[in-house]
Design a protein around this ligand. Structure first.
Ligand code: HEC
Length: 161
């Protein structure tokens, strides 16, 4: 390939990349499709066991709630365990577990309001994970974020689902 052809190919690839549709508001089907795409899945690999070609949730909301309640309790326990050497590391991991479970709860959404509520739990839990790995940890911020996660759970429980 000539140098010009390489440049043209690179430019075309760049244009194609920039033109990729950004995250749009197309609900759980779109969320599932994007998960599959992000996992690098191809149609050909679709029926392999363990394949991520199509992400399907396998547990009902009630079980995800059991997981959310359990992992959120672990966040609180870790935060209070001031004797524990890996305290912040534990807060971080359990917050990420909360975030991932909320992320799956998003996919169960019957409507956009549900998806927004679950996404709020997810984003707040990710903020907590990030705050717990800060170089100078702000303890007050950690407590505030735990309260905000709690409020985000309650916001969905108070909605009529
Ligand atoms: C987007 C909505 C939504 C969010 C966000 C949410 N929940 Fe729930 N939660 C529900 C629904 C709906 C139920 C009722 C589920 C059922 O019984 O089928 C429920 C039920 C529960 C239950 C009772 C489960 C049972 O055995 O019946 C617990 C505990 C719970 N949630 C904890 C949490 C915690 C902790 C969080 C936040 C970290 C949270 N939930 C966030 C929707 C939500």
């Amino acid at each position: 390939m000539s140098r010009l052809a390489v440049l043209v190919a690179l430019a075309a690839a760049l244009v194609a990349f920039v033109a990729l549709p950004s995250r749009s508001d197309d609900g759980p089907a779109g969320d599932r499709r994007r998960l599959a795409q992000d996992a690098g899945a191809t149609a050909a690999g679709g029926d392999r066991p363990g394949s991520l070609a199509v992400f399907e949730t396998v547990a009902p909301v009630e079980s995800l709630m059991t997981g959310l309640a359990g992992s959120f309790s672990r966040v609180r326990e870790a935060l209070e365990d001031v004797e524990e050497r890996n305290r912040l590391r534990r807060v971080e991991s359990w917050s990420e577990v909360v975030a991932e479970l909320a992320n799956v709860v998003v996919l169960h959404g019957p409507d956009q309001a549900w998806r927004d509520l679950a996404a709020d739990t997810r984003e707040t839990a990710l903020e907590l994970a990030s705050a717990s790995r800060a170089e100078a940890v702000d303890e007050l911020l950690l407590v505030t974020l735990v309260d905000r996660i709690d409020a985000s759970c309650a916001a969905c429980h108070d909605a009529d689902y």
